[in-house]
Write a protein that binds this ligand. Structure first.
Ligand SMILES: [Zn+2]
Length: 387
């Protein structure tokens, strides 16, 4: 571990504190957030003052980000469809429907005006429109690639692609769904968001949880790797009162509700770098996958999953996986990283499959698949550090 030179280019992008650069990270293959392999060579730091684990946002990172976003494909792995999540009752829902449902259950008013900052292809706006017909909706995005699709959603006023302060009027709800982790200047952005919220308005933020999902660390275009503590601290620094922060709405993600005008007192002594333990865990996962690949006894080697974790392991194992296994029926029969995606019952007897999944799910999946498909050897990733 070395300490980065202090200075604007290498200071913490939340508090300006000094960053400790993590040895070993630069050797890891990375993955883009739209699930494409990306070469090794990143720099990961932990702020010694506020504890936020983050990318060092130097000229090299910025140049990489430009290349990644030029070629960006939303929901690449799902052919444009949003990933499914599961409600406590086991009902499959699109992530956005789940989030809107939770906001509704917690007392979101029946009518108002909402803006989704970084609205992508409009998945959250569409879910809001379906569930909350009393709301008028606005989207913002860097490009107008999905303008027609977004503006065709009922009750969407229009898509804006400029700065927030150019949007006329104010809002009762500002949402940022998987947006804040991409932002190089999150404090400044959150302060501009406060400027478009009505008094008493609600800010809703959804980001990956880097402790519950350490694979987040290898996502090249994520500037910040939040934990509930570091996200809460950021909101306090930007002048918000945090109403609730939960890791239960969507597995491996943080859902935070805040209002502008908190005490603005940043909690003292909150430095924590819990996400860094995930870096060691990732190295252990890679080694465990290599051991399964190299095990004697014949049979083909495959990887469970067909998204970020499988993309990363496949690249770290130099494409050694002959196939991928996915339980989502919509993936069955398609290709991923040039290899077939099989349903569990399509895997040949005697094959070895490594399950590199975060969130404490791997042992449960391995036990279930071993019970249902005993002729295949299913191996779970090692246990993660406690969240
Ligand atoms: Zn900091």
């Amino acid at each position: 571990m070395t300490t980065a030179e202090s200075g604007a280019a290498s200071g913490c992008h939340v508090c300006g504190g000094r960053l400790e650069v993590q040895a070993g990270y630069g050797e890891l293959t990375r993955v883009t957030s739209d699930c494409k392999p990306w070469p090794a060579g990143g720099t990961l730091g932990a702020c010694i003052a506020c504890g936020l684990v983050q990318k060092v946002l130097d000229a090299r990172w910025r140049a990489e980000i430009d290349r990644i976003y030029d070629a960006y494909t939303i929901y690449f792995q799902g052919g444009g469809a949003e990933q499914a999540v599961f409600s406590p009752a086991g009902e499959a829902l699109q992530r956005s429907e789940r989030l809107v449902g939770e906001l509704h259950r917690r007392g979101l008013a029946a009518e108002g005006r909402a803006v989704d900052v970084g609205c992508g292809n409009g998945a959250f706006l569409a879910a809001l429109s379906r569930a909350m017909p009393g709301w008028s909706l606005v989207g913002t995005e860097l490009s107008d690639k999905y303008r027609d699709r977004i503006e065709a959603i009922p009750r969407v006023e229009r898509l804006y692609t400029g700065p927030l302060d150019e949007i006329p009027g104010q809002f009762d709800l500002v949402s940022m769904i998987h947006a804040l982790e991409h932002i190089p200047h999150p404090v400044e952005l959150l302060r501009s968001v406060a400027g478009i919220l009505r008094p008493g308005g609600t800010l809703f933020i959804e980001v990956p949880d880097a402790v519950r999902n350490p694979f987040d660390l290898v996502i090249a275009d994520h500037a910040s790797h939040f934990t509930p503590v570091s996200l809460t601290s950021l909101l306090a620094r930007a002048g918000y009162e945090v109403v609730s922060v939960s890791s239960e709405w969507v597995p491996k993600e943080i859902s935070l509700v805040a209002r502008p005008g908190g005490s603005a007192a940043v909690p003292a002594g909150h430095a924590e770098a819990g996400a860094l333990e995930g870096l060691q865990w990732l190295l252990g996962v890679r080694d465990a996958a290599r051991a399964v690949r190299d095990a004697q006894g014949g049979g083909a080697f495959g990887l469970f999953g067909s998204s970020i974790a499988a993309t990363w392991l496949s690249a770290e194992l130099a494409g050694a996986a002959a196939f991928f296994v996915d339980e989502d029926p919509s993936r069955r029969g398609s290709q991923f990283a040039g290899r077939p995606i099989l349903a569990p019952d399509q895997v040949a007897p005697g094959s070895r499959v490594f399950i590199g999944v975060g969130g404490g799910l791997a042992p449960k999946i391995a036990a279930r698949l071993t019970r249902d498909h005993p002729a295949v050897r299913w191996t779970a990733a090692p246990p993660e550090p406690p969240a």
